[in-house]
Design a protein around this ligand. Structure first.
Ligand code: CA
Ligand code: CA
Ligand code: CA
Length: 392
C-alpha cells in the first residue's frame, strides 16, 4: 500500500476485461476526508445508536472507565465503547473497538477521537476481514443531551472503467453498510451496498441526491444507456462482472406529467423521470418500495412549484406485461403529532401524501413557504402561547 501526496492509497492497479466474461478489476482508493473534493464527494455510511447498558459479551471492559460510558456494536457486530478520556470532562473523545471480536478491549483497540465537524469526533480505523482483506473506516461519534451514536463510513472504495457493451463507464463500489463486504444485496427493505455508475460522464459519482441517475444498490440489475445489465460484485470489491440482461418487464402508470420517482427492490434501484405526459415507465417485474417522489408543476403566475417527498416507503408490485397504477403526491393531509418525554412535549408537523410518503413543498426551488404555526392554550383561556415549526 502506498500513500500519495493527495492522500489516496492504491492497493491494486489493473483494469482488464475479456470480451465474453466482461470481468473488470477495480482499484482501491481511500478518501480520508468524506467531504473531500474527489470523484465521490459523499460516502454514505450507517448510524448506530449507543446504549448506557454494558452488554454481557464484554468480558474485559477498558481500564479506567468513566461513570457514564456508552456501548454498542458496529463493523460486523464488533463491540464498541465510547467514553470520556478525562473523568471530569464532558467530552467523549475515547473509543474502544473490539477489532478481533474476543470480548476484551486491549491497548491496540483504543482510539482517541479528534474533533471532525458539526460536533462529531472521529478516528480512522483499519480492520482485517477473513484475516487478509484490509478495509479502512472512518468512525465518527457524537453525544447529545438525549442520545449517543456513532456513524461508520467505509473510507475506501473501488473504482475503474467498466464496459457495458461497446461503451465504458466509470464505476465505483462502496461498502455502504460498512461490514467489510461490497456485495450485500438489497433484501427485505434494507438497501444493499452501492454500485455507482457515472452515466453523465462528468467524472464524478452523484451519491447524495436521491434523484441521482448514478446511484444503484447491489441487486439483480442496473440500467445503463437505457438497457438492463446483470452486475456481479466480488465480496472484497476488487472485481465486477457485467452481462447484458433482458428481464421480464412491467409498466408503471402515473397521472403526474412532470415527475420523477425512485423505486427500490431486489430487482434494483431505479430513478424514473419524465417531463411530459404520455410515456409509461417500464421496469423489471418484481416487488419494490416507492422511496422518493418529485412532482414539478408551474403556477399560473409562472412560479415553479415542487412537491418533494422527504421520507417514507410504500410497497408495490410490478407485474410482467401488465400496467400498475401508482398514486403519488396530493391530496396531502396535514398531520400534527405530540410526544411527551424528558419533561417536555415535542410537536411534529407533517404533510402526508396518499402514497404514505412525507412531503415538503418547494417554491422556485426553496422552502420559502410560510412555516405552520402552533397555538397552545388552556381550556379555560387563562393561558395561551404561539410557536413556529422549524425544519429538521
Ligand atoms: Ca479485542
Ligand atoms: Ca457491505
Ligand atoms: Ca456523474
Amino acid at each position: 500500500m502506498r500513500a500519495s501526496a493527495t492522500g489516496w492509497v492504491v492497493l491494486a492497479a489493473c483494469v482488464c476485461a475479456t470480451a465474453e466474461a466482461a470481468q473488470t478489476w477495480l482499484r482501491y482508493r481511500l478518501s480520508p476526508c468524506p467531504q473531500a473534493n474527489v470523484e465521490i464527494a459523499y460516502l454514505p455510511g450507517i448510524y448506530e445508536r449507543l446504549s448506557g447498558t454494558r452488554p454481557p459479551e464484554l468480558k474485559t471492559p477498558p481500564p479506567n472507565l468513566s461513570g457514564k460510558p456508552f456501548f454498542g456494536r458496529v463493523l460486523g457486530k464488533r463491540l464498541v465503547v465510547l467514553d470520556r478520556g478525562r473523568p471530569n470532562s464532558s467530552v467523549y473523545d475515547l473509543l474502544w473497538l473490539d477489532r478481533n471480536k474476543d470480548g476484551r478491549l486491549s491497548d491496540d483497540e483504543r482510539f482517541e477521537l479528534k474533533l471532525a465537524h458539526q460536533g462529531y469526533r472521529g478516528a480512522t480505523v483499519s480492520l482485517e476481514f477473513d484475516g487478509a482483506i484490509l478495509q479502512i473506516f472512518t468512525v465518527l461519534a457524537r453525544v447529545t443531551s438525549d442520545m449517543a451514536f456513532v456513524q461508520v463510513l467505509n473510507a475506501g472504495y473501488y473504482s475503474g472503467d467498466v464496459a457495458f457493451g461497446d461503451k465504458a463507464y466509470r464505476v465505483a463500489l462502496v461498502d455502504r453498510n460498512a461490514n467489510g463486504l461490497f456485495n450485500d444485496a438489497t433484501k427485505d427493505g434494507v438497501h444493499g451496498d452501492l454500485v455507482l455508475i457515472d452515466q453523465n460522464g462528468d467524472g464524478r459519482f452523484d451519491a447524495r441526491r436521491r434523484e441521482s441517475q448514478d446511484l444503484f444498490y447491489v441487486g439483480k440489475y442496473v440500467r445503463v444507456d437505457g438497457k438492463f445489465w446483470r452486475v456481479v460484485v466480488a465480496p472484497d470489491g476488487a472485481e465486477i462482472g457485467v452481462e447484458r440482461a433482458e428481464p421480464a418487464m412491467g409498466r408503471l402508470q402515473l397521472d403526474e406529467k412532470d415527475v420523477a420517482i425512485v423505486i427500490v427492490g431486489q430487482e434494483g434501484r431505479y430513478c424514473l423521470s419524465r417531463e411530459t405526459d404520455g410515456e409509461l415507465f417500464e421496469t423489471p417485474a418484481g416487488s419494490y418500495e416507492l422511496e422518493s417522489v418529485f412532482i414539478r408543476r408551474e403556477t399560473r403566475d409562472g412560479r415553479h412549484w415542487t412537491l418533494k417527498s422527504r421520507e417514507g416507503r410504500k410497497p408495490f408490485s410490478v407485474v410482467e406485461n401488465q400496467t400498475t397504477k401508482v398514486n403519488v403526491g396530493d391530496p396531502l393531509v396535514a398531520v400534527a403529532m405530540a410526544d411527551r418525554g424528558g419533561g417536555a412535549i415535542r410537536f411534529n408537523f407533517d404533510l402526508l401524501g396518499e402514497d404514505g410518503l412525507s412531503y415538503q413543498v418547494l417554491v422556485d426551488g426553496s422552502l420559502g413557504t410560510a412555516m405552520p404555526r402552533l397555538e397552545l392554550k388552556a381550556k379555560d383561556g387563562s393561558w395561551r402561547k404561539e410557536h413556529a415549526f422549524q425544519y429538521g
